[in-house]
Design a protein around this ligand. Structure first.
Ligand code: NAD
Length: 543
């Protein structure tokens, strides 16, 4: 029983460590990397607070050294998925009746464990399993995840504080109840922070969760599970199952207690979920909440008033960090012909300085893409562009999967603004550039708006304020996160709530209260202090 209105510690963004040569954090993470890379880790599922292994497993291979085996993970059979659902439902009554300050403390503790003793472990796991450079691992697995946990706890309390007015004769109260039933988190490979946040933010509101991480992010999922355990999360609140996504989803969505899905991943998969839920709608006790943050075809527009170095730098960082495997990665650019020569020269000079290889070598800016299917898909786009008369490859274009799935940062110049690589999400280190005449700037903006099905992120670079204002208006629906004079990547929790509409998702803005509102079912309680004993109103009195 709470006997105070408690204030949570004010959420602060976790400072990003630099990992400069000779820094203690660099030494620590590289030692951890070596240890983990040279050991063998068995990753069990986590059901009802118990590590669960099954008969079947798959190896875990670092994408940058895919013949190396660093461990294995166990695959769910149907009974494991059913157990996960049952254990979540069994945990529900205790978990949702736990006071919010005790629930919150678990996630604040998890944040501090990541900031401290687990930082080098979760970073090393993300470097090995997802091929992130130390900087990309640090801003994701450490800082963004810490920020998600701290800020969401604060947003939970702000939400709870949101109460209706009352009169002196009655009291109106809103309870932010967790959803009835259990919720399902399906997470992508590309952010360790998203993998942990999707189940965690629902759980901190009192929900119970079945979590299915991506097969390509299992290695750092283990660290997430270890942290939840050490933070004191009761068994059954978050249950992790691995393996066949269709089988797992089928069982989850067939269950009458299914109350919602929190998904991040590709657009087509999300559409299959929505359809399946629609077909099953008669089965459910409650309308399931459907939240999906999905694909992107994120743009950079550079006006003639933009600085050419700023444009080229936005392209290098926006398109090629983490090999273009961010949903927000710049993958199409529209550049004024007036500044193009300068942009091109500087861009090509900069790209020559980029080295590619294992994340263990901290001098590499680019490492490998996530797996063979992704490598083959990206190479296919590049090879087709080489053959297409509307395209010219001006940088990169080579790839090699003999050791790791390495693709050179590739720049395609096209004179067809609707060329396939201007439209489709490639999810690799490839950007396509279209040049526009300065007197056709507004037409170029219409192209940006009309060319792809997505609307996730985008950027305008310009010095001319009228241009910035015009672009902001014309591109109103083209991006959920719109950047002025910046690259379109790198959203920070508590600063730039993230998400897009159209084919890019339900735009429920991860890392904000808007997202948390989706995982509660408010109950209004009105209490009247002096209850009427006569039905008659004064207007009924005789004249
Ligand atoms: P993905 O769609 O291949 O996989 C995402 C999750 O869905 C994984 O857990 C996967 O196992 C599961 N899945 C795959 N097929 C399934 C099926 N048939 N049934 C049920 N589950 C299935 O995506 P990915 O390659 O892991 O991640 C990249 C995608 O995620 C890109 O499209 C990217 O734009 C998107 N993404 C979006 C955001 C955002 O905030 N909008 C953030 C990160 C990633």
């Amino acid at each position: 029983m709470s006997t105070g209105f408690f204030k949570v510690p004010k959420a602060k963004n976790e400072p990003v460590k630099s990992y400069t040569p000779n820094s203690p954090e660099r030494k620590l993470v590289l030692e951890q990397y070596k240890n983990m890379f040279n050991s063998y880790t068995k990753v069990s599922m986590y059901i009802n607070g118990i590590d669960v292994q099954s008969k079947n497993s798959k190896p875990i291979n670092p994408p940058h050294d895919h013949k190396k085996v660093v461990g294995e993970y166990y695959l769910a059979e149907k009974k494991h998925v059913k157990d996960a659902i049952e254990s979540s439902l069994n945990a529900k009554a205790n978990w949702e009746s736990m006071s919010w300050e005790n629930r919150s403390a678990i996630f604040l503790r998890a944040a501090e464990l990541i900031a401290g003793p687990y930082r080098h472990i979760i970073n090393a796991a993300t470097m090995i399993g997802q091929s992130k450079t130390i900087h990309q691992a640090e801003i994701d697995a450490a800082c963004e995840l810490i920020d998600f946990l701290r800020f969401n706890v604060e947003y939970v309390t702000q939400m709870y504080e949101n109460q209706p007015d009352s009169d002196s004769d009655s009291w109106n109260r809103v309870e932010y109840r967790p959803l009835e039933g259990f919720v399902y988190a399906v997470t992508p490979f590309n952010f360790t922070a998203i993998a942990a946040n999707l189940p965690a933010c629902m759980a901190m509101l009192g929900n119970v969760v079945v979590w299915k991480p991506s097969d390509s992010q299992i290695y750092s999922s283990k660290v997430i599970i270890d942290i939840f355990k050490e933070a004191g999360l009761p068994g059954g609140v978050i249950n992790a199952v691995f393996g066949d996504p269709e089988m797992i989803t089928e069982i989850v969505m067939d269950n009458s207690n299914f109350a919602g899905i929190h998904f991040t991943g590709s657009t087509n998969i999300f559409k299959t979920f929505w359809k399946k839920i629609g077909l099953n709608i008669e089965k459910y006790k409650t309308y399931p909440k459907i939240v999906g943050e999905t694909g992107g075809k994120d743009f950079i527009v550079a006006h003639k008033s933009a600085n050419y170095k700023e444009v080229a730098t936005a392209i290098v960082r926006g398109a090629f960090e983490f090999q273009g495997q961010k949903c927000s990665a710049a993958s199409r650019a529209y550049i004024s012909k007036t500044i193009w020569n300068d942009v091109e020269k500087f861009l090509l000079e900069e790209l020559k300085t980029i080295s590619i290889g294992s994340p263990e070598n901290l001098e590499n800016f680019v490492t490998s893409v996530i797996h063979e299917a992704s490598f083959d898909k990206i190479v296919n786009y590049i090879e087709n562009a080489k053959k297409d008369s509307s395209c010219k490859i001006i940088a990169g274009g080579n790839a090699d999967k003999s050791v790791g799935y390495f693709v050179e940062p590739t720049v395609i110049l096209t004179d067809d603004p609707k060329y396939i690589t201007m439209r489709e999400e490639i999810f690799g280190p490839v950007i396509t550039i279209y040049l526009f005449d300065d007197d056709k700037f507004e037409e170029a903006l219409s192209l940006v708006d009309q060319t792809s099905e997505y609307a996730l992120t985008g950027a305008i670079l310009a010095k001319d304020r009228n241009v910035i204002e015009r672009a902001t208006k014309i591109l109103k629906h083209s991006a959920g996160n719109f950047y002025v004079n910046d690259k379109p990547t790198g959203a920070v929790v508590g600063r730039q709530p993230f998400g897009g509409a159209r084919g890019s998702g339900t735009n429920d803005k991860a890392g904000s209260m808007l997202n948390l509102l989706r995982w509660v079912s408010p109950r209004l309680i009105k209490e009247t202090f002096v209850t009427p004993k006569d039905y008659r109103y004064p207007f009924l009195d005789k004249d």
